[in-house]
Design a protein around this ligand. Sequence first.
Ligand SMILES: O=C[C@H](O)[C@H](O)[C@H](O)COP(=O)(O)O
Length: 149
Amino acid sequence: MRISVSSDMDEPVARGLVAELRARGHDVTAHGALHPGSDPQWAACSEAAARDVATGAADQAVVCCWTGTGASIAANKVPGVRAALCTDAYTADGARRWNDANVLALSLRLTSEPLLKEILDAWFTAEASEDAEDRENVARIGRLDRREP
Ligand SMILES: O=C[C@H](O)[C@H](O)[C@H](O)COP(=O)(O)O
């Protein structure tokens, strides 16, 4: 999978995330503090990674900041993006399954290396629900995005 990753801070967990994704066979594009010359501000680098998803340059993205909050807010402002701030594997599973999330937001402060692997395992294993109510909820978010009634 082509995955864009952003972080406003050059933290071990962010570098570990890139290494872990590459070890799992993903094609990683880095933004922010993980890529020299890229704007490291959390809103800017999260937007850049999210835009990769929205334009189809990436299949998914993982956006990081200290709390994960700013990264998730910025990513969710990009039309077509459904970013989920996940602090555990159950939440990551639900984000993919029920919300068809296409951007994973992580807190650099809370995410330990073992927890990161658990979250990634859940994120990449779960598939979007085919349940009609779940699909309608996701479709409604699309209409919100497009300012449709
Ligand atoms: O939502 C914002 C993020 O948690 C940032 O990573 C946080 O604001 C870091 O700020 P600073 O660079 O001032 O430590």
